[in-house]
Design a protein around this ligand. Structure first.
Ligand SMILES: [Zn+2]
Length: 245
C-alpha cells in the first residue's frame, strides 16, 4: 500500500495548498479519502493513478471543501464509486445529499456520473483495503474518522475528541486536523489545534503525525512547534508528498 497527501488546506485552497484529499493505492485499486481541491492532482499528475482500473472515494462529510473535487474526477477516465456517510451520520441518503452538487445546473455533466454507496459504520473492505470508521460529533456537522488497517488514519474536521486516541491507537501514520495553534485567534470550537493533534498522536502511540486541514493563514512553523510540544515527530503536510507508511 502507498499513499499521498494531495490537499492539506481546510475551508479554502491557498496558492500552495489544495483542500483535503488523500490518495491510497493498493495494486490496481485507488482510494481517495475526501475530494477537496487537492484531488485536482489526480488529473495534473496522472502517474498517481498508473495501473488503476477504478477509483473509490470515501467521504468524511459533505462540506464543500471536501467534495468540490468530485466534479474533477470524470477527467481521470476511471469508473468512480463514492462511499459516503449520509444515512449513517445525517439520516439522509448520500445520493440525495450530493444531488445538488452532482446534477445540472451546478454540475457541468449531463448525467450524474458516479455510483454512490452508503458507508457501513462497521467498516469493512473498500478498494481492497480494510477500513474502520468512527463518528466524530464535535464539528459543525458530523464527520467520519477513518482508519486504514494499521497503516494510516485520517481524523479531520473535529474538535479535540477523547475517543480518537483509542480509535487510532498503534497506527503507523496519523493525519490529523490542525486548524490553528493553541493560542491563535483563529482557533475555534469545532476544529482541533496542532497541540491537540500532537496530544492525540502521543496518546495513541503512532509513529508519525502529519498535520492537515490548516487554516488559510496558518503559519506552518508555528503549527509544528505547537504540535511538537506533545509529539516531537509532528510535521505539517505538504501537498503532493508521498506518506511514509
Ligand atoms: Zn473542512
Amino acid at each position: 500500500m502507498r499513499a499521498w497527501i494531495l490537499g492539506t488546506a481546510g475551508w479554502m485552497p491557498t496558492v500552495h495548498r489544495g483542500t483535503t484529499s488523500v490518495l491510497v493505492r493498493a495494486g490496481d485499486r485507488a482510494l481517495l479519502l475526501d475530494a477537496g481541491t487537492g484531488a485536482a492532482r489526480l488529473v495534473s499528475e496522472p502517474g498517481l493513478l498508473d495501473g488503476a482500473t477504478r477509483l473509490d472515494v470515501l467521504l468524511t462529510h459533505f462540506h464543500l471543501d471536501h467534495v468540490c473535487g468530485l466534479l474533477y474526477l470524470p477527467a481521470t477516465g476511471l469508473p468512480v464509486e463514492i462511499h459516503a456517510p449520509g444515512e449513517w451520520l445525517y439520516g439522509s441518503a448520500s445520493a440525495q445529499v450530493l444531488a445538488p452538487l452532482l446534477r445540472a445546473p451546478v454540475s457541468p455533466f449531463a448525467s450524474q456520473p458516479f455510483a454512490i454507496r452508503e458507508l457501513d459504520p462497521g467498516g469493512g473492505s473498500i478498494a481492497g483495503v480494510p477500513v474502520a470508521l468512527r463518528a466524530q460529533l464535535r464539528h459543525w456537522a458530523p464527520t467520519a474518522g477513518i482508519r486504514i488497517g494499521d497503516a494510516l488514519a485520517l481524523v479531520t474536521d473535529t474538535a479535540f475528541d477523547e475517543g480518537t486516541a483509542g480509535f487510532v491507537a498503534g497506527v503507523r501514520h496519523l493525519l490529523h486536523e490542525a486548524w490553528s495553534t493553541s493560542h491563535d485567534p483563529a482557533s475555534v470550537d469545532g476544529d482541533a489545534t496542532a497541540a491537540q493533534a500532537g496530544q492525540v498522536a502521543a496518546e495513541a502511540g503512532v509513529a508519525r503525525l502529519t498535520l492537515l486541514h490548516l487554516h488559510p493563514r496558518a503559519d506552518p512553523a508555528a503549527l509544528e512547534r505547537d504540535a511538537r510540544a506533545a509529539f516531537a515527530p509532528a510535521e505539517v503536510g505538504v501537498d503532493g508528498r508521498e506518506l511514509t507508511l
